[in-house]
Design a protein around this ligand. Structure first.
Ligand code: 5GP
Ligand code: ZN
Length: 110
């Protein structure tokens, strides 16, 4: 089972910032900005290449929740990042969206 599935199942602890039946948002272990949380579907989807017409509702759901989660963390300006595949820097093979903010962000993506 992948690390984020273990987090979803509660086998690995995390600092949750939002949870519902479809998704979990939790603070990144190695934040790159004052606010840095990850949004994941509870269902294991490997990465953006595995998004289909059948499961894309989960992605839409995550994006529909990001504004209120960000607001709960005190920000209304942020960067959403998805790394798809090893060459793009994906290290955990479970679809996740980084939400980063709380400071003036530079041109570097992450
Ligand atoms: P990626 O490089 O795949 O886009 O991002 C993976 C992110 O997951 C990294 O920013 C890393 O810090 C975070 N991460 C990896 N393992 C854990 C963990 O066990 N707990 C938490 N909270 N974050 C993790
Ligand atoms: Zn997983």
């Amino acid at each position: 089972m992948c690390v984020f599935c273990e987090i979803v199942n509660g086998n690995i602890p995390s600092t949750k910032v939002y949870e519902d039946e479809k998704m979990l948002a939790f603070k990144d272990l190695n934040p790159v900005a004052p606010v840095h949380f990850l949004c994941v579907p509870k269902e294991h989807i490997e990465n953006a290449n595995a998004i289909t017409a059948e499961n894309s509702e989960l992605v839409a759901h995550i994006f529909s929740k990001i504004p209120e989660i960000a607001s709960s963390q005190g920000i209304d300006s942020y960067r959403i990042i998805n790394n798809c595949g090893t060459d793009a820097g994906q290290t955990v093979m479970h679809l996740h969206f980084h939400v980063i903010g709380g400071t003036k962000l530079g041109e570097k993506l992450i």
